[in-house]
Design a protein around this ligand. Sequence first.
Ligand code: B12
Ligand code: SF4
Ligand code: SF4
Length: 217
Amino acid sequence: MDTGPILERELAVRGGIGFIGKNTCLLHPKMGSYVFLGEIILDYELPFDEPDKQSTCGKCTRCLTSCPTNALIVPHTLDSRLCISYLTIEHKKNIPLKLRPLMRNRIFGCDICQEVCPYNKRFAIPSDEPAFQAELDKMAPSLLDLITLDDSAFRKRFKNSPIKRTKRRGFLRNVCIALGNWGDKKALPILQSALHDKEPLIRHHAQWAIQKIRDGF
Ligand code: B12
Ligand code: SF4
Ligand code: SF4
């Protein structure tokens, strides 16, 4: 869970669940890294598994070379200030200018360093858990729709979603960047309206997106 200071990956390694990959994620050697970690804290000792000392990344470096912002600065070390996951979910302020084009169309989180991982390519299987089923509207929502969300539409649309974490202003900031990176003039009228948004964060990024579409930089 993300709610407390528990070293989940370290505990997972000690519990024999897998190893920490160069992308810093916990990798199960037969399932890959698309696994959440969770724990139950008990006040008595149970039999335990030994850490897996066999599995490693070997010579692979795909995650490092695929990361668009070079956030994996060396194997096993992530600079969160460069990571699109951090920037789109946790960072509250303006996104640094030089990172905006590198975010492409990612508006909440990033999985590139997991998508390229051979363990996931070989072993990952889609979950049959009903709550995790992908819906088209959630997988590939229209940016032109998202940018029009006002406070109440945002609350309604993301009522039970982790997207609420960014609040409307952070989310629409990300959408502005994605629209700028898309580069299509179709986005200009709606971005012009966003210049009048009550949130300075949204206005600032809408201005950037307009400039980017016009200048094509
Ligand atoms: C802060 C955080 C982030 C930050 C920083 C991530 C990072 N890699 O450092 C940001 C916002 C960038 C982030 C992004 C993501 N996160 Co996150 N994040 C966390 C969180 C809340 C805390 C991690 C932390 O900083 N702990 C404190 C530090 C001190 O501990 P630590 O980093 O685990 O390091 C310890 C050990 O792991 C060990 N260790 C670390 N590296 C290595 C390397 C080697 C070789 C060895 C031997 C040991 C070792 O030593 C450290 C000290 O004990 C955890 C939940 C949790 N409670 O752990 C989720 C968690 C790590 N995140 C998770 C996920 C899914 C993601 C994203 C995929 C989300 C997304 N789709 O955008 C991305 C992935 C980015 C990436 N490549 O890591 C999952 C990972 C599941 C997995 N299979 O590993 C977790 C475990 C949440 C969960 N319960 O499922 N996250
Ligand atoms: S989540 Fe994206 S930006 Fe962050 S380290 Fe992985 S590939 Fe790089
Ligand atoms: S992509 Fe390669 S180096 Fe990165 S975590 Fe997966 S196996 Fe390890």
